[in-house]
Design a protein around this ligand. Structure first.
Ligand code: ZN
Length: 350
């Protein structure tokens, strides 16, 4: 499958943190076709391993989960109350289309209800609506109607925007954080078909990153890597009104190498190795401005006695909102840089 088609399939797949079944079902056969071993662990991480000449292992990680919601109450009138899963900005939620996944794996559509401006006072219009006031409307009319659609307390939901391509290599998707990382990881794994890498390569498609880097923590313990890279869709803010470091990354300037974020300060030898590999092969890259966000590298580098862990990210505008925007050249760039890193990784660990 081409990178664009893969990104579309993965972005559209449902996979709220803790409910990654659907996206994992998309990834598993694609990984199994090229890996020596594929397994799902207790928490739901999908670990695909390609054996190398050495049993020492390079861990590559991308998280499958996306931020979403969980239904926590059904009103008698048929409206659904919900709690958030992961870091939403309450300002962007009103009037958004929603997909709810039932316990049986069916999908129901709805909208996060909001009052029309006609009914709002000037004061109400100036303020964001508090999260606890929001509700989902599925047009059910009663709690019985909700039950008849198979929807119950505990069902997960997410926003419902399909992947779209734009001219000149841009694309929009609901879950580019981190389905773009999953796309890069799958393409790197597929490039290893028919080749034996020096280090064993364990590809972890992680669960529950968005709620505290949880899946990567237990996966790293099992994999016991000597080296690791987290592959992410990261903040790009190269938009009007934002300057300098607050842009974090920029679209179309290549994959972003992590220096330091809120979860880890990357060991300088990893940063230098990624820079050297990119420069020696003429691959584009940029540095992610320090101080923003966090990735699974934060959990992985603290595993056992410590792991050399870095990060390569694809810049995405508007992450943690209904639609993110990226440039496909940065996706291809990330695939190329990570493939090159896999080839040279053994030289970093003696
Ligand atoms: Zn992410």
């Amino acid at each position: 499958m081409e990178t664009l088609a893969l990104l579309e399939t993965l972005s559209n797949a449902f996979g709220v943190s803790g409910f990654e079944d659907d996206v994992r079902d998309v990834i598993r056969p694609l990984a199994a076709a090229v890996a020596d071993e594929v397994r799902t662990d207790v928490l739901g991480n999908l670990i695909a391993t390609r054996r190398g000449r050495s049993p020492r292992t390079l861990m590559l990680d991308a998280h499958m989960d996306e931020i979403g919601f969980i239904i926590n109450h059904v009103e008698d009138t048929g409206f659904l109350r919900f709690a958030t899963i992961g870091g939403w900005d309450a300002r962007v939620l009103p009037a958004q289309a929603v997909t709810i996944r039932t316990r049986d794996g069916a999908f129901a559509r709805g909208v996060i209800g909001t009052l029309p401006p006609h009914l709002l006072s000037a004061d109400e219009r100036a303020k964001p609506i508090p999260l606890e006031s929001l509700f989902i409307d599925i047009g059910a009319g009663s709690a019985v109607g909700v039950a008849e659609r198979g929807i119950r307390v505990g069902d997960p939901a997410t926003l419902a925007y399909p992947f779209q391509t734009l001219p000149d290599g841009y694309a929009l998707g609901k879950a580019l954080d981190d389905r773009v990382g999953c796309t890069v990881l799958l393409q790197v794994l597929r490039a290893l078909a028919g080749r034996t890498p020096e280090l064993t390569v364990a590809c972890n498609f992680a669960v529950c990153e968005e709620v505290g880097l949880r899946g990567a923590r237990t996966a790293a313990y099992q994999i016991d890597p000597v080296l690791a890279l987290a592959l992410e869709g990261t903040v790009a803010a190269d938009v009007p009104g934002v300057s300098g470091a607050r842009q974090v990354t920029r679209l179309g300037h290549g994959p972003a190498i992590s220096l330091a974020d809120r979860s880890t300060i990357v060991r300088p030898q990893i940063v230098r190795a990624l820079e050297r590999i990119a420069e020696s092969r003429g691959l584009p890259y940029q540095l992610k401005a320090p101080g923003y966000g966090g990735t699974d590298a934060g959990a992985i580098h603290l595993s056992r006695g410590g792991v050399l862990a870095g990060g390569v990210s694809v810049p995405c505008r508007y992450i943690h909102t209904p639609l993110s925007l990226l440039h496909l050249s940065d996706v291809e760039g990330a695939i190329g840089l990570v493939e090159a890193f896999v080839e040279e990784a053994h030289t970093l660990v003696g």
